[in-house]
Structure formats: structure tokens, C-alpha cells
Write a protein that binds this ligand. Structure first.
Ligand SMILES: Cc1cc2nc3c(=O)[nH]c(=O)nc-3n(C[C@H](O)[C@H](O)[C@H](O)COP(=O)(O)OP(=O)(O)OC[C@H]3O[C@@H](n4cnc5c(N)ncnc54)[C@H](O)[C@@H]3O)c2cc1C
Length: 384
């Protein structure tokens, strides 16, 4: 009599159904691989960044997703107006800086939904929500994972795509260097206004104030506000609209129609801001991807982009491994080689920029149009 195997087997197990996890699962599933994704929340995470830069768009185009995103409500933009202490100090022009000539405002939820809809049609991908792991045991040939439900899984490789606070990273005992910022950002959306339709405007002030307004579709505008933590807390707790608006009016000079819509910070989403880089991108058969490997200040607009870039790169090397062309060790070393140094430099850029708000000269010297528009030309990183 055949005995039921104790362990359910997959080609890959992915922890975390954010953009990195979902995108990689779809790519591997499209190749016929049997993939398990575990998501600790009851639903796939729909909260995240909005901006896709040319480097990320290139990857999505390569895998046939660009046209579909354009058919959704994603907006194409090519200009960013940068203001310091209320004065227009820079105009970043994607047409001049990057051959693609534009970036996209593509809310996280839209990108996730497009890929998630594809995943549902692939039989070899299994997504378990409200689920995570309780134990990981790495053996010579693969990884044994005990799920919170008690079920036992075996796969040749495990991918931690479980965000900045990655438990997989902790389990693999991979150290990460984290700098928390004394800065908090608040995210909300309002009906679109003519100033937002006209131009994406990023405002910074010398006391840590930040405001960024841009369209997320034809009807709504994203409103991102930022303050030093103490000031943000006081403005939120005072529940006084006048305090908040008069603070914003000190440096938000061309967006009255947006300020008129803001009542309080109450309904804004917020999360701790940090710069983080893990020392390794893999250990044995355990791999880190996206925000599990690194986290960058949102002012760079690179978070979702880097997750997409990492995933595209990892998929190239895992494909070669699954096709029997190279060993897993070679595949993972190549992934690390292609991404680690580059990500280090982009993170260093983001950290320098996010630490420069207090001084106009520092800020202007830190803001690099080429990196901001996501050029990956190594020569632009020489002085970073
Ligand atoms: C509101 C918001 C606004 C943002 N705005 C910007 C911005 O303007 N610019 C920018 O650069 N970046 C921004 N970001 C960050 C950007 O969204 C991330 O860099 C990007 O989502 C990284 O994708 P990821 O898949 O690596 O991680 P995540 O999107 O964090 O996904 C990780 C997933 O893993 C799941 N998970 C975590 N732990 C476990 C576990 N133990 N078991 C199972 N599942 C687990 C989580 O629930 C989540 O679904 C923003 C993020 C948020 C939340």
C-alpha cells in the first residue's frame, strides 16, 4: 500500500504576497514550477508605493505587463517639480534624463491585482492567506518548512519576500543594518485638483516638512505629507486643522486646491521610515527579495521599483537553475552579484537625500536627476 508522503513538495516556497513575492510566483508558475506562497494577512497586501520608474517599467514590459497596466488607470507623467522652502528649485524632466522619457503612477493595488489575476489562472501556484511558517529546517538537499497550521512542506529553495521586518531573514540569521529616520510620512488620497493635474510637485522644507501631490488616476490625487516625528505627532494629536494647514502653507506654495481638501492627519496611513540593507541576499537555500533585503526612504520613489528589479534578476538566474544549466549556488551568487552593489549605491543615495532636508545646499547637492529617474548607469554612482 502506498504511504502518503509526510511532506508536501513544491519547487519553491515564497513567504510574503507583496509585489516581490507575487511577481516571482507568477514568473515561476508561468514556467510550470510548483510554487507555494504564504501570506500572513487575510488578503494580499494592497498598500504600497505608486511610482514605477523606467528601470522597473523595463522589467514589467519584458514580461508583457506594461500594456495591461496602461490599459488600467495608470498615469504616464514626465515632469517632477521640486520645491525647497516654497521656491521652485528644480524641474526633473524624464524626457531629458531617460530614454524611456516617462515614469508611471501605478498604485501598488493595481500592479498587484494585474499579477494576482494571472496567478489565479495558473494551477501550479498555491496562495495560502492567513498563513505563515513556524519552523524552517535547512537540510542538504532543500528546506523543510512547518506551517503555522502544522502542515509540513519541502522545497529546494525558500524565498523571504516578507518585507522590512522579515522573519525569514531572522530565521536565516542574516544581519541587517537599519537606520530609522526621525521622520514620519502620511499617505492619503483626495479628489484630483487642477494643480495636481498640471504637475507632480514635491515640497521640502528646512524643518523636515515634506508634501508630495500627484494624480493616481483621472479622478484621484495622492497626498503624501511628512514631518519630523515629534512635530507629526503634535500636529496629529492637536486635531486642529488651522495648525496643520498653517504649517503646510509655510512651504507648500502652489497647491492651495490640495491644502483646501485636507482636514486632519486622522485618516492618513503611516509606517516607520528606515534605510535598511541586509548583509547577505541568501544563505544556503534561503533567499531574500525586495524589502526583506533592503528598504529605502520613500522620497526616492524606488521601493516598489527595486522590488520589481530584484525579482526580474532573481528569476533570470532561478530559470537557469531550474533548466539544469547552473547550480543553485551559482544562481544565487549571480543574483547577489547583480543586485547587491547596485542596491547599496541606490540606498546610499536615498539615505543621503533623506538626511539633507535641513539644508538647501546639501539637499540640492544630494538630489541627482539621473538616479532619481532611475538610470542604472554605473558612472553616475561614482561620487555616491
Ligand atoms: C502606504 C505605503 C506607501 C509607500 N510609498 C512609497 C513611496 O512613495 N516610495 C517608495 O519608494 N516606497 C514606498 N513604499 C514602499 C514600497 O511599497 C515597498 O518598497 C514595496 O512594496 C516592497 O515590496 P515587497 O514585496 O518587497 O514587500 P511588501 O510590499 O512589504 O510585502 C511583504 C508582504 O509579506 C507579508 N508578510 C510579512 N511577514 C510575513 C510572514 N511572517 N509570513 C507571511 N507573510 C508575511 C506582508 O503581509 C506583505 O504582504 C510604500 C509603502 C507603503 C505601505
Amino acid at each position: 500500500m502506498n504511504q502518503k508522503p509526510k511532506y508536501k513538495e513544491y519547487d519553491a516556497c515564497i513567504i510574503g504576497a507583496g509585489i516581490a513575492g507575487i511577481f516571482l510566483a507568477w514568473l515561476l508558475g508561468s514556467k510550470g514550477k510548483k510554487v507555494l506562497i504564504l501570506e500572513k494577512n487575510a488578503k494580499v497586501n494592497m498598500n504600497g508605493a505608486d511610482i514605477l520608474k523606467p528601470s522597473g517599467i523595463n522589467i514589467l514590459e519584458k514580461y508583457g505587463l506594461l500594456q495591461e497596466l496602461l490599459n488600467k488607470e495608470c498615469r504616464i507623467r514626465d515632469q517632477l517639480g521640486v520645491f525647497y522652502n516654497g521656491i521652485h528649485v528644480n524641474q526633473i524632466d524624464y524626457k531629458a534624463e531617460n530614454e524611456r522619457g516617462y515614469f508611471m503612477v501605478c498604485p501598488y493595488s493595481i500592479l498587484l491585482e494585474v499579477i494576482y489575476d494571472k496567478i489565479k489562472k495558473i494551477d501550479t501556484i498555491e496562495l495560502l492567506v492567513n498563513q505563515s511558517f513556524s519552523k524552517i529546517n535547512e537540510a542538504k538537499k532543500g528546506v523543510y518548512i512547518t506551517l503555522k497550521s502544522g502542515e509540513e512542506i519541502y522545497c529546494p529553495l525558500l524565498i523571504g519576500a516578507d518585507g522590512t521586518q522579515s522573519m525569514v531573514r531572522e530565521y536565516a540569521d542574516i544581519k541587517a543594518h537599519i537606520n530609522y529616520y526621525d521622520h514620519v510620512m502620511y499617505f492619503n488620497k483626495y479628489p484630483i485638483t487642477s494643480s495636481v493635474e498640471e504637475l507632480n510637485r514635491l515640497y521640502i522644507d528646512q524643518d523636515g516638512g515634506l508634501a508630495y501631490f500627484y494624480p493616481i488616476n483621472n479622478k484621484e490625487a495622492r497626498c503624501v505629507l511628512g514631518f519630523n516625528i515629534k512635530e507629526g505627532k503634535a500636529l496629529k494629536e492637536s486635531e486642529n486643522r488651522e495648525n496643520l494647514i498653517s504649517r503646510l502653507r509655510k512651504f507648500v506654495t502652489h497647491s492651495d486646491d490640495m491644502l483646501n481638501q485636507i482636514d486632519s492627519l486622522d485618516n492618513f496611513l503611516t509606517f516607520p521610515l528606515c534605510s535598511m540593507h541586509s548583509e547577505q541576499y541568501f544563505k544556503g537555500k534561503i533567499i531574500l527579495l525586495g524589502n526583506a533585503a533592503h528598504s529605502i526612504h520613500p522620497v526616492t520613489g524606488q521601493g516598489m521599483n527595486l522590488a520589481v528589479e530584484d525579482t526580474g534578476e532573481l528569476f533570470i538566474w532561478l530559470s537557469k537553475y531550474f533548466d539544469g544549466e547552473i547550480s543553485l549556488e551559482e544562481a544565487l551568487s549571480s543574483y547577489k552579484e547583480r543586485r547587491f552593489e547596485l542596491n547599496s549605491k541606490i540606498l546610499a543615495y536615498g539615505h543621503r537625500l533623506a538626511s539633507s532636508f535641513g539644508n538647501e545646499t546639501d539637499f540640492m547637492n544630494s538630489l541627482n536627476s539621473k538616479i532619481q529617474t532611475s538610470s542604472r548607469d554605473p558612472s553616475i554612482f561614482n561620487n555616491i
